[in-house]
Write a new protein. Structure first.
Length: 361
């Protein structure tokens, strides 16, 4: 397929509002990259600049070593799948999938073979004579993907393609996209605000906030070793717990808790002795049996796990906390559960940057 290189790209609109700052990314041949972040973070704008649908204010874009920064969208050999499917309602599914090839005036026999091949890959062979209105949302999204497949582009671009589907269809279509990527070995860039999509689909994730790239890495790297507080809070469900804590000799002290530090943790936090940092603990790393008292105010049973919400400490300054405990528990409001933190993440209080790395207790 293709290698894509995005170098020092900015997007500044006519009203001097900057949407993307110094975006850099090298995409390997056949890699599936997911751009993830909250609404308004610049991820879709970045994708549209790569597609040629938005002008690049500064920086350079290369495809297989050739600069395409100023190349028109129609000549970039990329195919984009949009959130709203963008199908022609008066055309059959076959005609929709063949449309771009028909515009190119390709040989009808070649068009027919390409459409049938794409339909077979996506399970649409029996739907080719129907109109889009006769299909489900998931089927229509597959048609939009099929329209891209027949073009055999160098790069596939997906702009929040599952956001219009219900939860069950999202899961099914997500699996289809993953299978499609494995079958085609295609270079793909995929934009979403859904971290579940990012974690399950990506070879690598680009996490963005307010136009800036916060971290690039594998799903496990972003989950296990977040670069800063933003990534730690955005990746992971339920989100990470955060507590203010002061570094004392051999321990961390916060409102309602004291936790001992391992020798490795002491070394990491040595420059912060006597100072306040931010301690991050994922709900799944809050485990039963320790000496921290969790005061329960709600309980959610999730089958093999129980999500317990409560606080540690007393009064208005108590720390809120969520714990994902393995097993089925029926805690009531006011119950007290003894817990401990099995894994910790440390963040600089001022910058939000991760301190050292997370360490197993």
């Amino acid at each position: 397929m293709a290698q894509l290189s995005v170098q020092h790209v900015d997007k500044i609109y006519d009203n001097n509002v900057q949407a993307v700052f110094d975006f850099n990314l090298d995409v390997k041949d056949g890699e599936l990259i997911v751009l993830v972040g909250p609404s308004g973070c610049g991820k879709s704008t970045t994708l549209r600049m790569i597609a040629g649908l938005e002008d690049i204010s500064a920086g350079h874009l290369f495809l297989d070593g050739k600069e395409i920064t100023q190349t028109p969208a129609k000549d970039r050999d990329m195919a984009m799948v949009f959130q709203n499917y963008a199908l022609y309602g008066h055309m059959t599914i076959y005609e929709n999938m063949a449309f771009s090839l028909t515009l190119r005036k390709e040989n009808p026999n070649v068009i027919h073979k390409k459409v049938l091949a794409a339909a077979e890959i996506l399970g649409l062979t029996s739907q080719l004579n129907k109109k889009p209105s006769q299909l489900s949302g998931g089927q229509r999204q597959r048609v939009a993907m099929g329209r891209s497949i027949v073009r055999n582009p160098k790069v596939f671009l997906f702009d929040e393609p599952l956001s219009n589907l219900d939860a069950k269809l999202r899961g099914a279509t997500r699996r289809e996209i993953l299978l499609l990527h494995k079958r085609l070995q295609a270079t793909m860039l995929y934009v979403t605000h859904d971290q579940t999509e990012a974690l399950t689909l990506a070879d690598r994730i680009v996490c963005m906030s307010m136009g800036h790239v916060q971290q690039v890495g594998t799903p496990l790297e972003l989950y296990d070793s977040p670069a800063n507080r933003f990534v730690a809070s955005f990746i992971g469900l339920p989100p990470m717990n955060f507590f203010d804590a002061t570094v004392r000799e051999g321990e961390l002290e916060g409102r309602g808790f004291r936790v001992k530090l391992s020798e490795e943790e002491k070394g990491i936090l040595l420059p912060y002795a006597g100072k306040e940092i931010e301690l991050g603990v994922r709900p799944e790393d809050v485990q039963g049996g320790g000496d921290i008292a969790l005061n329960v105010f709600s309980n959610e049973n999730l089958g093999m796990n129980t999500l317990v919400h409560g606080h540690i400490g007393d009064g208005e300054l108590a720390n809120r906390i969520s714990a994902k405990l393995r097993g089925w528990y029926d805690y009531k409001e006011g119950d007290r559960v003894s817990v401990e933190f099995s894994r910790k993440h440390f963040f600089d209080k001022e910058t939000g940057v991760a301190i050292g790395r997370e360490v197993k207790a």
